[in-house]
Design a protein around this ligand. Structure first.
Ligand SMILES: Cc1ncc(COP(=O)(O)O)c(C=O)c1O
Length: 349
């Protein structure tokens, strides 16, 4: 297959198509501005971040450092070699791929990303992008093309590529130990293949605890307006975004919405201590439902797709107080990682 290097000139596009598909063009403009501001700042301080290209070649020599600097946000690194013509793949995509969260008409012209290195990706037309969405969904946190990760995965695939979790395996045990050492109060890890699957597991834990300890009564799960927890049916029942729920009802019973905590879109006008007020609204919902019926609340630490909402100060402290008071488990989740805090013992689900 004929290979060609992709665009070598510095170009600082944001992932326009991806962003406009996810957020609409209004937000795209803001994000573009943001990235351009970011470039301006980085131009002043050229110290490379650990996530920049060239990270995997940990050379301490000055030429190694120079190489890393040359790979800063402002310049292009040599992209991986790619195929010259993707028209067959584009046709196959149009004909056979069902894209996640995309309107099928929009997906007819889905942006095809073909290569990545460091924090840049390249598309099938040879354009270079700074990947501000980290894989389109905030997931490629270690960057693209990391040789040490690829090598470790390859070695493990050859050693033992799969065995169900009905048995133990070495990497799962070692990684769980490492992960829990970084999360005080959490002693066990359940491995899931996606964020949606992780949240389903957490919902099952809540329901099982309700059955084992509370005669099935303390089974309700609260979720917050504007939060998103995944594309599966249970996760959708806990999704606080009307557009994403539209057309998929009826939803699983026992899920109840609490107000969002986005001060910029305050539901109560000007409020002095918005964080406290928004958390107190959760208590109101618990009392209205009956604390004996509420098993858990599930919250994004920072609401992502629902508006990039960082909860205001005082919010988490008050949420924690409320959860302890009413024995409500608090699930905080981001992609693929789920931390559940509950005073109950964790059953096998
Ligand atoms: C905040 C949040 N939670 C959960 C999910 C679902 O994760 P996954 O797509 O891995 O199932 C996503 C992503 O779509 C997300 O943005």
């Amino acid at each position: 297959m004929k290979k060609r290097p992709l665009n070598e000139s510095p170009s600082h596009f944001v992932l326009e198509n991806m962003l406009s598909q996810q957020y609409g063009s209004g937000v795209l403009t803001d994000r573009k501005t943001l990235i351009h501001d970011m470039h301006a700042e980085i131009e002043l301080d050229r110290t490379p971040s650990p996530y920049e290209d060239g990270m995997s070649s940990r050379s301490s020599s000055s030429s190694g450092m120079e190489e890393k600097r040359a790979c800063s946000l402002q310049r292009s690194c040599s992209p991986p070699a790619v195929e010259a013509d993707y028209s067959d793949a584009t046709a196959a995509d149009k004909a056979h791929v069902w894209h996640h969260m995309l309107n099928h008409k929009a997906a007819q012209d889905a942006h095809m990303i073909v290569a990545g290195k460091g924090l840049r990706v390249w598309d099938s037309r040879g354009r270079e992008f700074l990947d501000v969405t980290s894989g389109g969904l905030w997931t490629v946190n270690a960057g693209y093309g990391r040789e040490e990760i690829a090598n470790a995965v390859r070695d493990q695939l050859l050693q033992l590529n799969f065995f169900s979790q009905v048995a133990a395996n070495v990497p799962a045990a070692r990684f769980a130990e490492k992960l829990t050492s970084k999360m005080p109060g959490i002693s066990r890890v359940y491995y899931a293949s996606s964020g949606s699957e992780a949240i389903e597991k957490a919902f099952k834990m809540v329901r099982l605890i309700a059955h084992q300890k509370y005669g099935g009564i303390k089974h309700k799960i609260l979720y917050r307006e504007r939060d998103y927890h995944g594309g599966t049916a249970g996760a959708l029942a806990a999704t606080g975004q009307g557009q994403r729920r539209e057309g998929f009802g009826p939803f699983a019973p026992g899920f109840v919405e609490v107000p969002h905590c986005c001060e910029y879109r305050s539901q109560w006008g000007k409020v002095d201590d918005y964080g406290l007020r928004a958390a107190n609204e959760i208590e109101k919902v618990i009392l209205a439902e009956g604390p004996e019926t509420v098993g858990a609340i599930c919250l994004e630490p920072i609401t992502a797709g629902g508006g990039a909402i960082v909860p205001p100060s005082g919010y988490w402290e008050r949420v924690q107080e409320i959860c302890s008071k009413y024995k409500v488990g608090c699930e905080m989740r981001e992609h693929g990682a789920l931390a559940t805090s509950t005073s109950e013992t964790t059953p096998h689900t």
